[in-house]
Every structure is written in C-alpha cells, then in structure tokens.
Design a protein around this ligand. Structure first.
Ligand code: GLP
Length: 249
C-alpha cells in the first residue's frame, strides 16, 4: 500500500481528481469505479471544473458505482444515483449507457448482482476504483464481518436494517488500481487499522493490504494514528521521479 500524507484536505481532493483526470486523458475509454459520501464530493466538483474549463472528455468513459440503496429508485433523493447525478453525471459528457449503478428496484436482486459483475467483466474490468472508508473500516457497504471473498450482493446494514446492494470486497480487489481517500480526525482509527492492523473481516478495508496497487491519500489528521508515519513520509519523499509520473503522486 502506498500511503501519501498530504498537507491539507484540499490537497487530498485535488490529487485524487488529478489522478483520475490523467487516467481519462491517457485512456479515453477508461473504466472508473466510483464512490459516494461526503469525501468524494469535492473530487467530483474538481472533475466537473476540469471538464468545463479544460475540456476533460468523459464521452468514452465507463463508470461503475460501488453501491446503492435497495427499495428506492434512481429519482429518490436518498439514492446514490441521485447523488452521482447531482455531483457529476449531469455536469459532464458521460454517455448514459456507460454509467452503471446497481438498480435498487430490481425485481430479481440476485440476477441484478450477477449482471452487475458480468457488466464489469464485459467492460474489461475497472481501471481505477475510487474509495472512501467508514469509521468502522467499511468499504462500499461491506460492513465489518463481510466476507473478504464477497462479490456484488444484497446486504442489510446493521444500523436501521436498510437493504443495500454493494460490490463485494473481492470485486473491489479486482480493480487494477484502488485510490482510497480519507481526511479528518474521524477517520484516524479506521485508517490505522486498514493500513497497519491485521487483515480481518472486522475491518473490511484491511483487505486492501492484498491489493497490488492501492494508493491511500490522507491529510495530516487522518494519518495521525499511523505508527509508521515517519517511514511513509520518508518513502514518499524519496519516490523516484518516474514513479511519481506514473502514479500521479
Ligand atoms: C457510505 C458509503 C461508502 C463511503 C462511506 C464513508 O457508507 N457506502 O462508500 O466510503 O459512507 O462516507 P463519507 O465519505 O461520507 O465519510
């Protein structure tokens, strides 16, 4: 795992947007895995700005969102489709047929989940999966005790018993690159457990320890619980120029 500690929250967002934009420019048919949450909003805001001001072209890009609430439709204000539409889709030139979010109203949920996995494979797999982390270490809607081998499926959230459809942990691990963002004190413990704790279903994000190419962008507050913080800074300071070029950070 590559840990990049950035001087401000703003830098976390700007760096993530820069990495995504570089991928889209280099590979106009890129397949992006997208996430929701407060964390990602400024990233989408920056991508929209790059589209408007610098002509960043999404016309050939395919997207797959991590998760969605079940039992509500796309137009529902709580749906992740609504979030994505508000913050990204309606502002850029993504083609509607290349945008994928699990259908919360699917009559046959098992089939919807199988089809979602099949669509990811048919698109050639995800080039870059954007991720946020929950305070309990969840990724997508894979809460503690989710199987590390899980694929897209329906889950029931512990608080509130809400049904959701989420990519599984194994689905996420198949992305060619994972880009995890976390900022603020609220995420300190989760970040430390993800990076330095044991690999365990109790901290689903710890599964990223198995991923060959995960970049974790954190601000100082989110990084403050890391035991090897000085080592991560040192490694990053000494990162060869060609690797910086390749990774965008
Ligand atoms: C939700 C989403 C996750 C997200 C997490 C953290 O549970 N399903 O994908 O990473 O919240 O959200 P936030 O960025 O708002 O802290």
């Amino acid at each position: 795992m590559e840990i990049v500690i950035l001087p401000s929250t703003r830098e976390v967002h700007a760096t993530a947007a820069r990495i995504i934009a570089a991928l889209v420019r280099a590979r106009p048919s890129a397949v992006l895995g997208l996430a929701t949450g407060v964390t990602q909003r400024p990233v989408y805001e920056e991508l929209v700005r790059l589209h408007r001001e610098e002509g960043l072209d999404f016309s050939g890009v395919t997207t797959f969102n991590l998760d969605e609430f079940a039992g509500i439709g796309r137009d529902h204000p709580d749906s992740y489709y609504h979030y994505m539409n508000q913050h990204l889709f309606r502002h850029v030139n993504l083609q509607a047929d290349r945008v994928h979010i699990p259908d919360g109203l699917a009559a046959d949920v098992d089939r919807e989940c199988r089809d979602y996995e099949a669509a990811i494979s048919a698109a050639g797999g995800i080039d870059l999966q954007l991720l946020g982390i929950g305070e309990d270490g969840h990724i997508g809607f894979n809460e503690p005790t989710s199987s590390l081998g899980s694929r897209t499926r329906m889950k029931t959230l512990a608080p509130g018993n809400r049904h959701v459809i989420t990519m599984g942990i194994a689905t996420i691990l198949q992305a060619r690159r994972c880009l995890m963002l976390a900022w603020g004190e609220r995420k300190q413990v989760a970040v430390a457990r993800m990076v330095e704790g044991p690999l365990t279903a109790m901290v689903p994000a710890s599964a990223l320890q198995l991923h060959p190419r995960t970049t974790i962008l954190v601000d100082e507050l989110a990084a403050a619980g890391l035991e090897l913080i000085d080592y991560y800074r040192e490694v990053h300071r000494n990162k060869p120029a060609w690797q910086r070029e390749r990774d965008g950070v």
